[in-house]
Write a protein that binds this ligand. Structure first.
Ligand SMILES: Nc1ncnc2c1ncn2[C@@H]1O[C@H](COP(=O)(O)OP(=O)(O)O)[C@@H](O)[C@H]1O
Ligand SMILES: [Mg+2]
Length: 495
């Protein structure tokens, strides 16, 4: 019996299936068979049973079910092969190992390639790569939650490659040759490498080592370069702000120590790539979590991906559910971080130029860490003492005079790079933290939400908060911050 696929029948089918029945593909005559028995024939979109006898309705459903199963299997296979559903973190496209040594390192490559690093939550999906402009992924590594970072959005990474390529053209023996960034990073770095004589274990100055020399990537003369225009003005990372050879050596020593076994020049190529792109891994390695710095643990890198500890939700996600006690504890830790960075270590101060609720995360133990290390300026106090720039020993009181839209946004934040590099003391960290803690948005609930019994017991608390937020008198901001630290410590046990 011939049976035409009616409007009604077609509506009963799954819409995708229905569409496919009507498609050009199915205008070809096809025959379906199961276990050697012919079930269904199609000719130009008309389905025909090959049997002459009328069939019971359950049997009539069978071909449709077979089609559904076939199409299901077919689309799953297609999706998994042609359009991968899951992100493969061992994939060259993700790691970009071919760009090494213009990459961040290779120490974690065995873990990536052996499948020890497994993406989790939404990061498992390939589609996440398209939507993830920040290039930050979540994964597990040996049962620990970690974050994978490519250290820049795609245009920024492209700009880095272009900069290295364009700058190396003049340094090549045959400048017309087409080279890759992995080759170009070598001459680019070597023009800034010198041989330093370091003391050996007996204290004799006899070992020669390659070292990076301080330079300014934006000052290099690219006007002689034919490719000028697409390269544009290239600033490099925050590590180039307040340049100092002692600072560069300090960072280099830590980086080389963390890449034991690697040829020193290769280390310097990796170091150069990070210096140009994003100094976060250098900051996290030089001021490590295990020495009490409030940064995520740095695990290592493979190609153009670094792996660091996953701390927890950022403050913007965490604060709305936090109790008053938890918020006081967070505020106390932020003020302590401002103090720790300002004190610094070994004659270096750290200034965070982008303290924000998004860049600070809260661990499961309630401990706060700065998870975005891209915007940290390191200042060498010994260099300031040696160079003695104007007003170097006059403490600098921060304000927001540098804001572009100051009249319309009096609560904005700005900082002066010059007064970080040239002053022995700058209260920037306290200023930036207090701007966040006591802003009119009151995300911490400390401006309008301090309970009356606390205000009664600590009547100066609001004065200190205001002083830290906006004082312009030298010394007042830091002193207010220290008083708040002491008050918050007293509040916590009575909550
Ligand atoms: N180590 C980390 N632990 C937990 N969350 C993190 C970590 N690093 C980044 N994040 C999250 O990813 C977001 C983006 O990362 P970030 O390093 O700040 O990138 P960007 O420089 O693009 O702002 C952060 O706001 C934070 O929520
Ligand atoms: Mg950030």
């Amino acid at each position: 019996m011939r049976r035409r696929l009616t409007e009604l029948d077609s509506e009963k089918l799954n819409p995708t299936l229905n569409m496919r029945f009507k498609s050009y593909l199915f205008k070809e005559k096809i025959t379906l068979e199961t276990g050697g028995k012919q079930l269904l024939e199609s000719d130009g979109g008309i389905l025909k049973y090959s049997s002459k006898k009328p069939r019971p309705s359950c049997l009539r459903m069978t071909p449709i079910l077979v089609w559904i199963v076939i199409l299901g299997v077919f689309s799953t296979v297609l999706l998994r092969s042609a359009i991968p559903v899951y992100l493969n973190v061992a994939d060259e496209k993700f790691l970009e190992l071919k760009k090494c040594p213009a990459c961040f390192g290779v120490m974690l490559c065995p873990a990536f390639l052996m499948g020890d690093i497994v993406p989790e939550t939404w990061s498992r999906f390939k589609a996440a790569q398209l939507l993830n402009t920040k290039n930050v992924y979540f994964a597990t590594f040996k049962n620990k939650h970690v974050v994978l970072k490519k250290l820049g959005h795609d245009p920024k990474l492209e700009q880095l490659d272009q900069h290295i390529l364009h700058q190396s053209v003049g340094l090549l023996k045959n400048p017309t040759q087409q080279i890759s960034v992995s080759a170009a990073v070598r001459p680019y770095t070597q023009q800034n490498v010198w041989l330093d004589c370091v003391k050996d274990l007996e204290g004799n100055g006899s070992t020669l080592v390659h070292r990076l020399r301080v330079f300014d990537p934006s000052s290099q003369d690219i006007s002689t370069n034919d490719l000028l225009g697409s390269a544009g003005h290239f600033k490099g990372s925050e590590m180039f702000v307040c340049p100092s050879q002692r600072k560069l050596n300090y960072i280099e020593n830590e980086f080389v120590a963390n890449n034991l076994g690697l040829y020193r020049l290769t280390c310097l190529y990796n170091l150069m790539t990070l210096l140009l792109l994003n100094s976060e891994p250098l900051v996290f390695q030089t001021f490590p979590a295990n020495e009490g710095w409030p940064f995520p643990i740095y695990y290592g890198a493979c190609g153009r991906v670094v792996v660091e500890e996953y701390v927890g939700p950022n403050l913007a996600q965490w604060l709305p559910q936090a109790s008053f006690e938890e918020r006081i504890n967070a505020a106390l830790q932020m003020l302590n971080i401002a103090d720790q960075f300002t004190k610094g270590t070994d004659g270096f101060r750290l200034y965070v130029t982008d303290f924000s609720l998004y860049n600070t995360a809260v661990g499961f133990d309630g401990v706060l860490k700065i998870v975005d290390g891209e915007n940290i300026i390191i200042v060498d106090l010994e260099k300031i003492r040696k160079d003695r720039p104007e007003n170097f020993d006059v403490p600098y009181v921060s304000d927001n005079a540098g804001c572009e839209h100051l009249p319309s946004d009096p609560h904005c934040m700005s900082y002066s790079e010059q007064d970080m590099c040239n002053r022995l003391y700058n209260d920037h960290n306290f200023f930036a933290i207090c701007r966040e803690l006591f802003s009119p948005l009151d995300s911490f609930g400390l401006v309008n939400g301090v309970p009356d019994h606390i205000l009664k017991r600590f009547p100066l608390i609001l004065t200190y908060q205001t002083d830290c937020y906006s004082s312009s008198i030298p010394g007042v901001r830091e002193s207010a911050a220290k008083n708040l630290i002491s008050i918050y410590k007293k509040i916590l046990p009575i909550m």
